[in-house]
Design a protein around this ligand. Sequence first.
Ligand SMILES: Cc1cc2nc3c(=O)[nH]c(=O)nc-3n(C[C@H](O)[C@H](O)[C@H](O)COP(=O)(O)OP(=O)(O)OC[C@H]3O[C@@H](n4cnc5c(N)ncnc54)[C@H](O)[C@@H]3O)c2cc1C
Length: 467
Amino acid sequence: MTTTALGDATVSELRETLRGTAIVPGDADYDAARAVWNGMHDKRPAIIVRCAGTADVINAVRFARSQGLTVAVRGGGHSIPGFSTVDDGIVIDLSPMKGVRVDPVARTARAEGGVTWHDFDHETQAFGLAVTGGLISTTGIAGFTLGGGLGHLARTHGLTCDNLIGADVVTADGNLEHASAEENPDLFWALRGGGGNFGIVTSFEYQLHPHGPMVYGGPIFYAGDKTEELLALYQDWSASRPREVNSLVALTTAPPLPFLPQDVHGKPIAIVAGCYGGPMEDGEQHYKALKEFGPPIADLLGPMPYVALQSLLDPLWGPGIANYFRSGFFSRLGPDVTATVRSFLDRRPAGVVSEFHVHHMGGAVDEVPAEVSAYSGRGAPYVWNILTRWANPADADENITWARDLGAALEPFSTGQSYVNFIGDAERVRSAYPPATYARLADVKRRYDPENVFHLNQNVVPAEDHA
Ligand SMILES: Cc1cc2nc3c(=O)[nH]c(=O)nc-3n(C[C@H](O)[C@H](O)[C@H](O)COP(=O)(O)OP(=O)(O)OC[C@H]3O[C@@H](n4cnc5c(N)ncnc54)[C@H](O)[C@@H]3O)c2cc1C
């Protein structure tokens, strides 16, 4: 029996306008349909529209507005602050929209808003092509691209949003706009880093690059007591790398994976992971210093299929567990930075895992002029990200406080900006943009969504209309 506040007749009318489905409380698939990746967010929408195509998205937006429903938009459902679900509102869920069309001659791909990196890489790797994508393949391309997009190929080919060449967008009034360098260039600028503020993107068009199917990449695992030495080496080594050399460091505890000896499971470890953006056979020479750093616990850095690298860590980042992330951009590394991080890692909160990542930036990311897109993290040599996961709700406060305190302790070494896609607290959105960029975003928002219909995101408040 349906318990929706919308009324059966209203829901039936909507269903007649859809090729996809509309799910309401009481339906057998309601609980599965309302679940999002971050288990911290357990919301009960009034209705979930699982869209089969752009027409469904348009009809869902018009329906939402006619009913005065709060709108949540879902692509891959991996929002850390839980923006892709809502209590008592409508979830416009694009996850059934999985089409990907690759043009191997032009080296472009057009992908629908529900595509994940697993789907995308599967299609593009058939042609040995790729774009910068996520480190966990279950993440959606939609939220990921709109916030910027950091991945293994960023130094070589730029952020994901730097490779966006066009987008179809359903705006707040239920119309469809195309955004590209030529059409609606202001909207196109905002979509590349401004998040989901400006409308619902039903398809993304990307420039692709030759990469794979076999690449030189993967992680090397070192014991946690090597952290200081490894980070010192990493600082010098990374600073002198060409743009083809992509890498990151993760300080964590050893997961129970079969290639890690049982006696290290649960103990602190330091991982350095790479992905060479040039020809596979040239990769090894560039990572030599990391390979020769010392006896590793395990060394998987070498030739491997790109799709294997992209999904290597998926089993550790499954859905349903509570998560909190906090991020920033380092202006530098150094022994004081390492000591600060180490002091927090030595008193991890209770929970599933608490870890710290450093992503090497620069290269192609910094070659894009700042004014070309709304993304605002260019010029910083490293991104840092604190990730903490817990299964017992009683551990939430301890985990969140630990991550916030570590974030605050890193401010002296940071640029003061945040990366929107890693922000765990919605109120930090202003820290993602310099004031002039935020003002320009607010102006674009005023033109495309003056009533802030799309506010469940890293929200940019529409500028006041002085016309
Ligand atoms: C396990 C994990 C790994 C991650 N790894 C990386 C990484 O390697 N690099 C990186 O840069 N980031 C990474 N992220 C962060 C990720 O980029 C963001 O969480 C991103 O928002 C996820 O997009 P989504 O479509 O899956 O999420 P959703 O929850 O569906 O959406 C996120 C936001 O985008 C909006 N949105 C979704 N679809 C659309 C659409 N079609 N049109 C308009 N707005 C839309 C939503 O309303 C919401 O505000 C990771 C996150 C997780 C949880």
